[in-house]
Design a protein around this ligand. Sequence first.
Ligand SMILES: C[S@@+](CC[C@H](N)C(=O)[O-])C[C@H]1O[C@@H](n2cnc3c(N)ncnc32)[C@H](O)[C@@H]1O
Length: 222
Amino acid sequence: MTNPNNDINSYYSKRAPEYEQIYYRDIPERQQEIADIEIYLENLVTGKSILELACGTGYWTVCMSKSAKCIISSDYSAEMITEAKKKTYICPTQFVQADMYSMPIPAHSVDLAVFGFWFSHEPKQKYERFFKLIKSFVKKDGQIWLLDNNSPAEGDEYKSTGTDEHGNNYKQRFLDNGEEYSVLKNYFDEKLLKEIFDADFEIEELVYKKYYWHILLKPKSS
Ligand SMILES: C[S@@+](CC[C@H](N)C(=O)[O-])C[C@H]1O[C@@H](n2cnc3c(N)ncnc32)[C@H](O)[C@@H]1O
């Protein structure tokens, strides 16, 4: 196919019922990284009010609900929210279907904002807008946690389909029915991550492994 669809919202909505396959690929080292992240996240959210953006099927919501005080989880895709609502959550958890850029919640109202596997889809030319957004969610002294993957987590089966004028990478993806997409997906080494976040945030912790990285940020007071 020469002109694959690059509509990320259509891609994730159609992928909702099959999305969680990504968590169950049988590579022990990769599974261990996911297990370590689950322990880290459960500790991090203990007793906190959480806003989760781009929550998808609620994989990380389940984990956070074991120890968080309360969670608002949101996603643009109604299909993703439908999948997420099928799960059981321990702490009070509310789902909202919304674009993260028009969240119906008061500014600076949560202890921690969480983004699982979103930052790699954020266009580079829009980082300034994104940083402003994520700072607006959290209370004074609140934190932001971003989790994402490195290229090895996706295996060898998908090709890069090129870059755009802003340096964003596009990656070939297929739904189970064979439909092809080309999705904006950027990858980062540790040094680049530090450079990207350093101006706007205190980097409280950066954990960078073979398959996944996650970063804990606190907005710098301006
Ligand atoms: C890679 S998935 C991550 C799902 C989940 N956080 C996880 O880690 O399993 C990206 C999610 O972002 C959602 N999404 C895309 N654009 C969005 C937007 N503008 N606002 C909120 N969610 C969005 C998609 O529907 C999809 O569920």
